[in-house]
Ligand binder design. Structure first.
Ligand code: BQZ
Length: 674
């Protein structure tokens, strides 16, 4: 959490930053005043107050497992747990120790791409990724940790770590004795496979790009539970955030190796990517629940992982809940079903539903209550800057225009963000977004953000200054070299109504200044591969730029294929000047634990991102977490997004439902059979 400097200090420093950058804009317009809608109240606690690792005298298991143990299908619970399991503290549980049983019902709009997350596949988002994947460290629960304890990510699979004196070597220690959900040992064989054969292998679209972690860290395995990263330069605990979800999540090497081209001459990288197809569950996981059934476009059913390595202080193996459902419908339906009581969870993030949802949730009989958090959901337009990858004269000229700051400034001035926000949802929800950190980020400072007001005249002046004229009188500007109409294909996710509404608003607003937008909808399941291929002209999507260390590759120029809207071409990396500085700031940010220094680096990133329109920001809104009232231990202060999504922040493995309110399991008494 950033230490808030005094206003005087910050404005002096920000002023210095802005003055130091010679730009074509006389003064940096300040952001309009922001009205927070956040109603979250909660006590902050110490980072060690949430959980610890230790051996307990005895352990218990979900009652239905007793039969499987007595039939010899499972070892006793004490043999299924590590010597020192992760133990959740009762004092940090808002409703205390839980009861076993029941179902947790998620509703999502995504669809499982596959279960090879090492190769970059997602399982449908909406919490299903995090239900099966466990990562070296954890960020989500940090929302509840007091500022003075914010010394980097929380432990998870890695229970501890230490640096050498120069902070160039990080030695990490795995929890000893964790098993995959099929009973296979989890150890540094899995770490080596994750790192050497996925992260460092440029043929694999791993979530950490080769050479980008800490500026190019190298891995050494020390023993079965110890490994070491060696960095080219001094680092800090901050860089370890890059080992949290979605980046630092090992996969089952005992299953995947046989499908990897390095170990199987007949395998290809495409066959490896699809080695764990979505319709062929179950697979070994480290997460609390195992995917056992997938009916396409209908449901994914998960059953408890009998080898899950976390317990409560009474020694009860977690999770409490036996079965998890992911009903495969739409993102809007997630909120609808939460309000109807047929779903247990929604990150209410579709502003078009806010007014109705708030009204329904105020009813004392409503199955959920809604409390807004800070603004962390922000939409932006990503223009493709990879001019040396463009095919054909038109794309080359168009991407050359995208690389011109005046053109991006013109697009930004042409957008009426108030109108975009009201098109999404009438009311106080939307606030202008200028790219960079969303206002709910602990690193956001309005003073470091360059505001671009709606000004069609300024837009037209800038466009004319670039030689763009409507030479054929059809109302669309023409490119100076090719003479073609200025047409921007704008890709968005078909399932996202809020994205579609903004594309429509932006299409009509840009038309006013002679820029034609052609909306192109793409199914969310194939959206990431399309974006990662760089095969697009422009994208409008929601982004969660809250921390510089989270999904860094999606936002900042930290490697040849990051971000997807500026890939490296055949003749090298044609970085723009401010991108060079951004990449340097990312490294500087990760090399210090000093909150004041981090805040300065973040402010500089924010100014560069907003002043250079790295993305054309649109609007940002708060989200509200809806959890069915029958579900216990869902802390009422949990934000939809802060250090990570709420599905991680709420710690679902601690959730429970009183026996008399549990819904019927579809697969009672079963566990995954491999
Ligand atoms: C939350 C989240 C949990 C991804 C996804 C989805 C993908 C993006 C983003 C959100 C969904 C939900 O967000 O909208 O509320 O449940 O899953 O992972 O938008 O398309 O690629 O970054 O997190």
């Amino acid at each position: 959490m950033t230490l808030r400097k005094t206003t005087l200090q910050r404005s002096l420093m920000t002023g210095a930053c802005i003055a130091a950058m010679a730009t074509t804009y006389a003064t940096a317009d300040q952001m309009p005043a922001e009205r927070s809608l956040s109603g979250l109240q909660y006590e902050l606690i110490g980072r060690g107050d949430i959980y610890s690792y230790r051996a307990l005298d005895s352990y218990n298991q979900a009652p239905f497992l007793d039969a499987l143990v007595s039939e010899g299908k499972l070892p006793p619970v004490s043999e299924r747990l590590p010597a020192e399991p992760l133990v959740f503290s009762t004092a940090a549980m808002s409703d205390g120790l839980g009861e076993y049983g029941g179902v947790f019902r998620h509703v999502i709009g995504g669809r499982p791409e596959g279960f090879n997350w090492l190769a970059g596949q997602h399982q449908g988002w909406g919490g299903i990724n995090m239900a099966v994947q466990e990562c070296l460290v954890r960020q989500g629960p940090r929302w509840q940790v007091k500022a003075e304890d914010q010394s980097g990510p929380l432990p998870n699979l890695a229970k501890s770590w230490e640096w050498n004196a120069e902070m160039t070597e990080l030695t990490m220690h795995l929890v000893e004795g964790i098993k995959w959900s099929d009973g296979d040992a989890f150890d540094t064989d899995d770490i080596a496979f994750w790192w050497n054969d996925n992260v460092e292998n440029e043929n694999v679209a791993s979530r950490i790009q080769a050479g980008s972690f800490g500026g190019g860290a190298k891995l050494d395995v020390i023993d079965a539970y110890t490994f070491k990263f060696t960095f080219p330069s001094k680092q800090s605990n901050t860089v370890i955030e890059g080992l949290a979800y979605i980046q630092g999540c090992p996969g089952p090497s005992h299953v995947l190796k046989a499908s990897h081209p390095t170990y199987n001459a007949s395998a290809t990288y495409d066959s490896y990517l699809n080695a764990m197809p979505a319709d062929n569950v179950p697979y070994p996981v480290l997460g609390a629940w195992v995917p056992v059934e997938h009916k396409a476009d209908e449901i994914v059913i998960l059953r408890r992982n009998p080898y899950y390595w976390k317990v409560d202080e009474a020694g009860n193996q977690l999770p409490y809940i036996n079965e998890m459902h992911f009903k495969l419908t739409t993102w809007d339906d997630r909120t609808t079903q939460a309000l109807a009581g047929t779903g247990d969870w929604s990150n209410m993030e579709n502003p078009g539903n806010y007014v109705e949802a708030l009204k329904q949730s105020q009813d004392p009989n409503s199955p959920v209550s809604a409390k807004f958090g800070p603004r962390t959901l922000a939409w932006r337009i990503e223009l493709n800057f990879a001019q040396n990858l463009a095919e054909g004269a038109y794309d080359k000229e168009l991407r050359g225009l995208f690389r011109n700051t005046d053109f991006r400034a013109a697009m930004s001035h042409a957008i009426d963000r108030d109108a975009v926000g009201q098109a999404l949802a009438r009311g106080p929800f939307a606030y202008p977004y200028m790219g960079g950190f969303a206002s709910g980020s602990p690193y956001y400072h309005a003073e470091a953000t360059h505001y671009t007001p709606f000004d069609q005249g300024k837009a037209a002046e800038l466009l004319a200054g670039l030689g763009l004229k409507d030479t054929d009188g059809n109302g669309v500007l023409n490119l100076p070299e090719t003479g073609e109409d200025l047409v921007i294909d704008m890709t968005f996710k078909s399932q996202r109504t809020d994205d579609r509404k903004q594309v429509d608003a932006v299409t009509s607003q840009l038309a006013e200044v002679g820029i034609r937008v052609l909306p192109k909808s793409v199914d969310e399941t194939s959206f990431d591969p399309m974006r990662n291929s760089g095969d697009f002209t422009a994208i409008l999507q929601r982004a969660n730029f809250i921390l510089p260390t989270r999904e860094t590759c999606g936002n900042l120029p930290v490697s040849d294929i990051c971000p997807a809207f500026h890939l490296t071409g055949a003749d090298g990396r044609d970085m723009m000047d401010f991108e060079v500085e951004l990449a340097d700031l990312v490294q500087k940010f990760g090399s210090t634990d000093d909150a004041a220094a981090q805040s300065q680096y973040a402010d500089r990133m924010q100014t560069l991102l907003s002043q250079n329109y790295y993305n054309i920001g649109l609007i940002q809104v708060p989200a509200a977490l809806l959890v069915n009232k029958r579900v216990k231990n869902a802390h009422p202060g949990t934000p939809v997004f802060m250090y990570e999504w709420a599905e991680d922040a709420v710690i679902r493995e601690r959730l429970w439902v009183p026996a008399d309110q549990q819904t019927e399991e579809l697969l009672p008494g079963t566990i995954a059979e491999y």
